[in-house]
Ligand binder design. Structure first.
Ligand code: DHK
Length: 142
């Protein structure tokens, strides 16, 4: 069964509680529920969150053999992590990068993304709808 890896990075476990004026009031459970509802028949989702860079890298490695695509919000690692970029470069399927907020409207340090050097699509500023769009895109590109 084709499986999408939905990966969320640091602080996204607090979605719905932290800075709701920026990230909204919906939770990561809401994100997973909406993404599952968007899956075509016969697809599966593996939804994972970690505050640890190495854990995210291990899951990206796991995705090499198990994922039909990766939808990833790397949180602040977007702007700092060459290691996550390298891991994604070792993955061959579609990669969609998600940001809940419009990072380009925010501090300048959020304007650069290492992950965008690999991502096939980048979605920013659509709130949690961006994850659903990312999942739909992976399904339609297979
Ligand atoms: C989430 C974060 O935690 C920030 O570090 C990024 C991103 C933006 C988001 O909009 O989802 O800069």
């Amino acid at each position: 069964m084709p499986t999408i890896y939905l990966l969320n990075g640091p602080n996204l476990n607090l979605l719905g509680k932290r800075q709701p004026e920026i990230y909204g009031s919906e939770t990561l459970e809401d994100v997973e529920r909406l993404c599952r509802a968007a899956l075509p028949e016969g697809w599966d989702l593996r939804a994972l969150q970690s505050n640890w860079e190495g854990q995210l890298i291990d899951w990206i490695h796991e995705a090499r053999d198990h994922a039909a695509g990766i939808v990833i919000n790397p949180g602040a690692f977007t702007h700092t992590s060459v290691a996550i970029l390298d891991a994604l470069n070792a993955y061959e399927g579609p990669v969609i990068e998600i940001h809940i907020s419009n990072v380009h409207k925010r501090e300048s340090f959020r304007h650069h993304s290492y992950v965008s050097l690999r991502a096939d699509g980048v979605i920013a500023g659509l709130g949690i709808e961006g994850y659903v769009a990312g999942v739909r895109r992976v399904c339609s590109t297979r």
